[in-house]
Design a binder for this molecule. Structure first.
Ligand code: FAD
Ligand code: MG
Length: 321
């Protein structure tokens, strides 16, 4: 294999997630700079440590606004806009519930109903006040907490793509634990695997062939625990405070920007297959693949990618709306 077609893979663990970078040149220094960039964003955005710019906002809840850097402000503004969409399942103020459930972290438990009810009252996205002039964020009540876990990896994947492009890289791929962003079209294109839910062997339902696109998957099988035979996963329903319970095992979004993929996986989770496909008719730039518990794979459309089914236990259908 000549050097021009060889793929070099670099990996790291950041944001509690396996990170994979693929380049077509052997360039450890560039890979190190990519991982440093991701780490810088993690340090600004994390809510899993006592200090970050987002934690500064959370610590000041009910006390005073906090001015933050341009990227953090822009991301919070975008997350608030997604939270304010009609009937949105996306909620940037979901933090108190995420912290209480601890799904994916040590100490995960089903909270008593009264805790859920109490914490739900602290998750109204309108309690996140933004001031463009000051670039500041104010949480209006003590106990309100921002959590960007459903959007930050998408945002960061886009920043990595921009960085690689600026460095003259024409073909590359970054996978931030399920958030894939790609650059260019290598020979044969990029082939991205769609994971089989709950498979422990890394089995795939199928593959997506894409170029210059992001592929983001969110699934109930990624972070969950079982209690009394019931699965509790990490995508919470902001209306009930419990994990979203519907027909879906996973949603994959194919889009230009990974931030859209990250937002829309959550929105689609809230809508389910039928409403989701209907909503996407107005957005030809956003395409979804729904994997249902009944082993159906539903494509809202497939104008910007090609899907190949590999697992015959699944039935492939197009959108019926
Ligand atoms: P998505 O479906 O995109 O998002 C689900 C996550 O969003 C949940 O885990 C929760 O955090 C939040 N959420 C839940 N319900 C909603 C909702 N209705 N609306 C909006 N948001 C919701 N993991 C670790 O184990 N250790 C770490 O130290 C760690 N640090 C991180 C630092 C950063 C900056 C980021 C972005 C993530 C980090 N994570 C860490 C992972 C994080 O906890 C989430 O699990 C991860 O972001 C989920 O991404 P996803 O694409 O799998 O799921
Ligand atoms: Mg998301």
């Amino acid at each position: 294999m000549s050097d021009t077609t060889r793929v070099y893979s670099y990996s790291a663990v950041l944001m509690g997630s396996p990170i994979l970078l693929k380049l077509f040149s052997h360039d450890e220094a560039l890979a190190a700079r990519v991982f440093r960039l991701i780490k810088q964003y993690e340090d600004l955005l994390t809510v899993n440590r006592a200090q970050s710019q987002v934690m500064d906002i959370n610590h000041a809840a009910g006390q005073h606004p906090v001015s933050v850097s341009g990227p953090v402000y822009a991301l919070i503004k975008c997350a608030k806009a997604a939270s304010m969409l009609p009937d949105s399942a996306f909620n940037l103020a979901i933090g108190p519930l995420v912290k209480r459930w601890r799904i994916g972290f040590r100490g995960d438990t089903v909270p008593p109903m009264e805790d859920i009810v109490r914490l739900l009252a602290l998750t109204n996205p309108e309690q996140v006040l933004l001031n463009d002039a000051e670039q500041s964020v104010y949480l209006t009540q003590p106990g309100v907490e921002i959590d960007l876990g459903a959007i930050a990896k998408g945002y960061i994947a886009d920043r990595v793509r921009d960085f690689l492009r600026k460095e003259g890289v024409v073909q590359g791929l970054i996978n931030l634990g399920g958030n894939v962003q790609t650059l260019g079209t290598p020979e044969g294109g990029w082939s991205i695997g769609l994971k089989k839910p709950f498979s422990t062997s890394g089995a795939m339902i199928g593959t997506l062939d894409i170029a210059n696109k992001s592929v983001v998957t969110s699934g109930v099988y990624e972070r969950f625990f079982e209690h009394n035979g019931q699965i509790y996963h990490h995508i919470l329903d902001p209306r009930t405070g419990y994990p979203l319970n519907n027909e879906l095992d996973s949603v994959t979004i194919i889009s230009e920007d990974s931030i859209d993929g990250d937002i829309w996986t959550t929105l689609m989770y809230g809508m389910g297959v039928e409403k989701g496909c209907a909503a996407l008719r107005a957005r030809p730039d956003i395409e979804a693949i729904f994997v249902t518990k009944a082993k159906e794979v539903v494509l809202s459309s497939s104008h910007h990618y090609r899907f190949t089914l590999l697992d015959n236990n699944y039935r492939l259908t197009g959108s019926t709306v």
